[in-house]
Structures are given as structure tokens and as C-alpha cells.
Ligand binder design. Sequence first.
Ligand code: DX5
Ligand code: ZN
Length: 221
Amino acid sequence: MKKQISPSIMCADFMNLKECVRDFEDNGIEYIHVDIMDGHFVSNYTLGTDFCKILKRETHIPIDLHLMVEEPEKKLDWFEFGEGDYVSVHYESTKHLQRALSQIKSRGAKAMVALNPATPIEVLEWVLPDIDAVLLMTVNPGFAGQKLVPQCLEKITALRRYLDERGYTQVEIEVDGNVSFENARKMSDAGADIFVAGTSSLFKAGVPMSESVKKMRESIN
Ligand code: DX5
Ligand code: ZN
């Protein structure tokens, strides 16, 4: 499958977001990763519902909405998303995972399950028909700037094999957390398809976005 970049906009310069989005467009970025945190599922707050509305109006680039919130099935209606967008909900955040996934798909978006580093891939067994992608957290969620949990590289390979053995070869794998140029190469070799690029790659002060995107493309292809 095509290797795609999804920059984590929570890592951007919040004083220059419009310019950042133009940069994404100029560099053929495939998705914009929008981290939503509720202070319960993770001990942090980041972006919100109004930000998503404004972003959807500002650009044609699809969003990749990462919901780090408890009971996401009760909050999906708060967000603007639809055809072409990815929406991920954490397996660990709800008793009603299948309901949340079918709600996402009923609105025309692509459904993704996010798994924390310690969560086994086998939890996906009975929702495989409901997903378009799996988001493997390669750090513990909640904050940018953390270090890769090393065993997550092997988890990427194990997930690809798990999906392919069950005939779900079209299900994509997204990786999120410390996706540096060096780690991205290893993650790509392990089977990742979508790369959430944050502080360790695309958002480096003084480095033009075009240069970082070029380097990331070289790393993942
Ligand atoms: C962390 C978020 C990530 C984060 C990535 O919980 O899900 O998207 O912003 O940032 P880096 O690349 O710095 O790990
Ligand atoms: Zn994220």
C-alpha cells in the first residue's frame, strides 16, 4: 500500500497554523493528524471541536482524528468529519467499540482502532470487518516528544501478519509517536503505511517543511 504522511498538528507552531496548513498542501501531505484529549483517558488537553470545524473549512486535506477520550461513542457527534477522513477511537476507552466504529462508518468516514503499546493485537478479532485501519501507538498516548517503546516495532510486523492471515490485506497500519526519520524507516520496513509525524521529524524549528517532508518520504519509501 502507498506510504502516507499524517503530520500531528498539535506539534505545530500555534501562532502560525494557517501557514502550516498551506505548507502541508504545498508538500502533498495526505492527512492532518488531529489529537483530541479529554484529561481523563490521557492526562492532557490539546485541540478541540471548534478547531476541527475550522480546519475542515480551511483545507481540502482529509483529517485523521485521533480521539484520546473516554466513551468516544457518546462524543462523535461533537466533531465534524465525513467522506475521506479517518477517525480513530481507542480500544481501551470504551465498552462499546463496535458501536463506535459503526457510527464512524455510518457518517462516511474511515474507522480506525487505536491500540496503546501494551494492548495485544488480538483484541481486534471481532471488529476486523468494521475497520479500515489500525493505529498502533508507538509511545504511550498523551504527550508529544516521548521516546519510542522499542517492542512496538515488532508489534507492527505482528499486526501486519495477523491482518494478512485473516484476509484483511487492505486494512492499513498507522503509527503514532516518536516517528523520527530513523524510526520511520524501521516502522516502514516492519509494515507501517501511515506515519504520524510530530516533533521528532516534521516540526523542527528553523527547518523548512519541504525539506523535512522530503526526508520523511525518503525514510518511508
Ligand atoms: C501523542 C499523540 C501524537 C504526538 C506525536 O499522544 O498522539 O500524535 O503528537 O508527537 P511526537 O512525534 O513528538 O511523538
Ligand atoms: Zn495522535
